[in-house]
Ligand binder design. Structure first.
Ligand code: ZN
Length: 130
């Protein structure tokens, strides 16, 4: 198991971590298996989608904001970040990617991204390859 820490820069942000995950897969020596990418956080998530056009990430964050508006939830009375918790729950804290011939079996347009929903903060990413 490997962990790395990154510092997000914005309140809402998708950070491409594909390269970091690929490094962990290489170091693991696993040829065929599964790679789990997990964040131990209640207001961040892991998503796999396109980052070739960064507008896709902006659109995803905007769509989440439209679906889940801020400032109208019970938890906002004590922490003012209920929307971030709800978005993180919907997206989920992890993604699993098959490993084939020592490589992540991502599609051409897929990247692995940490989704920051209540930044900027320091975030830990845990990568498990088996
Ligand atoms: Zn909270």
């Amino acid at each position: 198991m490997a962990e790395f820490i990154l510092r997000t820069k914005k309140k809402l942000e998708m950070v491409d971590i594909t390269g970091r995950v690929v490094d962990v897969v290489k170091q693991s020596g696993v040829s065929d298996g599964i790679c789990l990418v997990y964040v131990p956080h209640a207001t961040a998530a892991v998503a796999i989608n396109e980052n070739a056009d960064p507008n896709v990430c902006e659109d995803i964050l905007e769509a989440l904001g439209t679906l889940i508006p801020e400032g109208r939830w019970r938890h906002d009375r004590i922490d003012e970040n209920a929307a971030a918790h709800i978005k993180a729950t919907i997206l989920g804290p992890s993604q699993a990617v098959p490993v084939r011939a020592g490589r992540l079996r991502l599609g051409t347009w897929q990247s692995v991204m940490l989704v920051e929903l209540d930044g900027p903060r320091e975030r830990t990413v845990i990568v498990e390859v088996r």
